[in-house]
Design a protein around this ligand. Structure first.
Ligand code: F6R
Length: 624
């Protein structure tokens, strides 16, 4: 949560920072701010609300508009830090927005994370006479740095280092000091920080998206590392004062991937990208003619995968649902017992991990705090960790022993769509790899499954054809207050995911259930006002689903059914039906996800909701 961005160099820092904030806004959007350091003067602008509100506010500053100030002061080196917030300590407000300044106004800081021992540090500083204007833990850190700098008479980077030795928690911070205007300090534990290396200029951000239009050279800071960018040079060391060699990598991210490309929302663009993102996640990894799967990212650790007596999948939210769907095909095809756990629960138990357990951590961002902590716990207990992440260089991808990237491309809409189906694709490849190496699937069967998989992007295209029918359903149910989503077998995790999509972007209450569980409670909710959405494809659970639909119909419920194209029987029972192309059971997620995502999207759109940035949410959940 929270996005940080910093710049030092000869460009107009304001423009770099505001654009950077726009790119990072998916990480939090309840308030935003910028501090520009220019000829030893801080100009600080902060606003409750989205980045657009901050931008309007700054651009109405008249003569004080930052680019005009630069011109007037003839500043050579221009630096600044900026922040977009998802509130943790202190409600969203101008005063709690970052950057936070120290008491004397000497030091400005932006922070993504939580300082857990901020109260004891605050008490200590208050005894020394420090006053606090905000409710944030970040202001405490700004003052701690100031106090150390003043008393120990050290440079800003050393003051930051010494302060961090006293801090418990997770953070990525950027610090500027008035009296060292050619320096910017960055440090991290737990939260991400990427440095962009330009020609005599440096960019720092929570991810590479604000950086790639200026340079493709990036450094991913490791936990406990800090960087001093000083007088055009970069030095990296740990907060324990050990020097580190910077490892500069080239990012492959492209600028077009970060634009809406003519769609009204990123979410819609990302839904329609799925034929491409699923295809890219499989490209180079399968050979349908030969019936083989090649997974470079896990090749060296393949014995661990093949020896696993149990697979434990750890994830949160939509990624958890991808894991749940994978459990069905893992157990069906590999015969390895597979358990799927919310990372946020796993880590607070005392989980039993055996030597032959394999942990698969699934995370689009690769930064989800609970998933990261659960992975660390499992690793400490001796498990082998495979990561499935979308963001290259992210924390989970780096901490895992091995792993595979989903090549979905940047997912900007807060509601996950293309990452979900890409995760399913990669999990399926992993599953087929195990099944084929263990000779549980013969060549003929592998060729058949891989041929179907290769055709999935085309089937997903066909699933888009139902959009007109989906829009009609959306119009009919846009004012409904409650929804039930039911599915069985492979359809059950999809019912959970469909309900999650609807509630998070339309704010309609929706429950996903295993349809066999309906009569154990949820059926009491069914009356003539309750729409019940069934995933009623013609798969192995079809007959049972039809019976469940009849039970709802007998109680006057309204049925919306996602059905296999041409299925007249389910169509007759349903009040509204949405057709998807036929697939085998194991591939259902690819096609059935499309109407679930589009239905949520169109209902939210008709209700006028902020689709790409739903209230209270953030894309990268880096708090626990
Ligand atoms: C829902 C959604 C979230 C994420 C969850 C985990 O649409 O996006 O539920 O799936 O926060 O995020 P990652 O996959 O980044 O670990």
């Amino acid at each position: 949560m929270c996005g940080i961005v910093g710049y030092i160099g000869k460009r107009e820092a304001y423009a770099v920072l505001i654009k950077g904030l726009e790119r990072l806004e998916y990480r939090g959007y309840d308030s935003a701010g910028i501090a520009l350091l220019d000829k030893g003067v801080f100009s600080v602008y902060k606003k409750k609300g989205k980045v657009a509100e901050l931008k309007n506010f700054i651009e109405q500053q008249g003569k004080k508009f930052p680019p005009l100030l630069y011109k007037e002061r003839g500043q050579e080196v221009r630096s600044g830090i900026a922040h977009t917030r998802w509130a943790t300590h202190g409600a969203p407000s101008d005063k709690n927005a970052h950057p936070q300044l120290s008491n004397s106004g000497e030091i400005a800081i932006v922070h993504n994370g939580i300082i857990e021992n901020y109260l004891s540090i605050k008490e200590m500083l208050m005894k020394k006479g420090y006053k606090f204007k905000s409710d944030t833990d970040t202001e405490v850190l700004a003052n701690l740095i100031e106090d150390i700098k003043k008393n120990a008479k050290v440079s800003i980077d050393e003051a930051v280092r010494l302060a961090l030795l006293e801090v418990v928690g997770a953070y990525a911070i950027l610090v500027l000091s008035k009296d060292e205007p050619d320096t910017i300090v960055v440090a991290k534990i737990g939260s991400p920080a990427v440095i962009g290396v330009g020609d005599n200029e440096f960019f720092v951000a929570s991810d590479a998206t604000p950086i790639i239009e200026y340079t493709d050279k990036v450094i991913y800071l490791e936990d406990r590392e800090m960087a001093m960018i000083k007088g055009g040079a970069l030095v990296i060391k740990t907060i324990d004062n050990e020097t580190r060699n910077p490892y500069i990598q080239k990012t492959k991210m492209k600028i077009e991937e970060l634009e809406k490309g003519g769609f009204p929302h990123f979410m819609l663009k990302e839904i329609f990208e799925q034929p491409r993102s699923i295809g890219d996640s499989m490209r180079g990894r399968i050979n349908a003619n030969e019936g083989t799967v090649k997974l470079g990212g896990i090749e060296k650790d393949k014995e661990k995968l093949l020896d696993a007596k149990r697979i434990i999948i750890l994830a949160c939210g939509t990624s958890f649902h991808a894991g749940l769907e994978a459990k069905y095909f893992f157990e069906e095809l590999t015969k390895v017992p597979t358990v799927v756990e919310y990372a946020s629960e796993f880590r607070y138990r005392n989980p039993v991990i055996y030597e032959n357990d394999l942990v698969i951590a699934i995370s689009q961002s690769g930064e989800t705090a609970d998933t990261l902590a659960a992975v660390k716990l499992a690793k400490e207990k001796g498990a082998t960790i495979f990561g499935i992440c979308n963001v290259v260089g992210s924390s989970i991808s780096r901490i895992a022993h091995a792993g595979l990237y989903t090549h979905a491309g940047p997912e900007i809409g807060v509601a996950s769509t293309k990452a979900f189906t890409a995760q399913i694709a990669v999990l399926m490849l992993m599953c087929l790899f195990i099944a084929s190496e263990k000779k549980l699937l013969n060549k003929k069967k592998m060729i058949a499954i891989l041929t179907e998989l290769e055709n999935i992007p085309k089937k997903v295209e066909q699933a888009f054809l139902a959009e007109a029918a989906i829009k009609k359903v959306a119009k009919k149910f846009k004012n409904t207050e409650n929804f039930i989503y039911l599915g069985r077998g492979y359809g059950f995790p999809l019912a959970l995911e469909g309900a999650l999509k609807l509630k998070e972007i339309s704010y309609i209450h929706a429950e996903g259930y295993a349809s066999g569980e309906m009569k154990h409670g949820p059926i009491a909710l069914v009356d003539d006002n309750m729409p019940v959405l069934f995933i009623a494809n013609k798969g192995s659970s079809y007959e049972k689903i039809i019976s469940n639909m009849m039970e709802v119909k007998a109680r006057n419920g309204t049925i919306i059914a996602i059905i296999t194209k041409g299925d007249t029987r389910a169509k007759k029972i349903a009040d509204y039906s949405i057709e998807i192309p036929e697939t085998s059971d194991i591939m259902l997620a690819f096609t059935a996800s499309i109407p679930l995502q589009l239905l949520a999207y169109h209902i939210a759109s008709l209700r006028g909701c902020g689709i790409d940035k739903p209230r209270n949410l953030a894309k990268s959940v880096t708090v626990e």
